[in-house]
Every structure is written in structure tokens, then in C-alpha cells.
Write a protein that binds this ligand. Sequence first.
Ligand code: SF4
Ligand code: SF4
Length: 88
Amino acid sequence: MILGCGGHPEAMTDVPDRQENLDRCNCPGCPSNPDDGQAGLYCARGVSEVRVQTVGCICTTCPIYRQFGLADGYFCAVVPEMWDRARR
Ligand code: SF4
Ligand code: SF4
């Protein structure tokens, strides 16, 4: 499945975009990580500018996910208004 709008940089959580959070982000080890040069922290930075091949999301294993009580995942690929469609 391929999701993602591209060019939609709005963050969807309250996670601060800080190096200390990027250092704890699990995105670099994720099979869906888009090759966009961003490294990760999509929950703070918003979706990737490239379309994402969604073959799994490991956000739920991430300490940031637990610390900030996040829900869902695929923060690199799915903007909030797409969540209903992504769940179908
Ligand atoms: S947001 Fe989820 S799917 Fe996207 S790279 Fe990070 S862990 Fe993977
Ligand atoms: S919740 Fe997902 S996007 Fe956010 S820091 Fe963790 S792995 Fe990265």
C-alpha cells in the first residue's frame, strides 16, 4: 500500500522537534522509512515530502510514542484528515 500526500509539512502532535527526540526516534530502523533525507521524527515534523511505501510502522515501539501518549502511526505518510481512510 502506498499512502502520503507529499508536501504537507504540518505536524500532528505536540512532540517538540528537537535533536534529543530525534536521537530516540525509531524511524531510522523502520522498513517504511522514506528516503527523503529527514531521518525521522515525523510525528513532530509532519509527513514526508515523498510518497511512502507503507510496509509497516514501528512507532508503537518508540519511547517518544509512549512518552507523548501518541496514537496511530505512519506519521511520515498520513495527514490527520486521512486517518479515517487509512483505517479502512
Ligand atoms: S512514522 Fe512510522 S512508518 Fe513512518 S518511518 Fe516512522 S516508524 Fe516508519
Ligand atoms: S513516534 Fe514514530 S515518528 Fe515519532 S519519534 Fe517515534 S518512531 Fe519517530
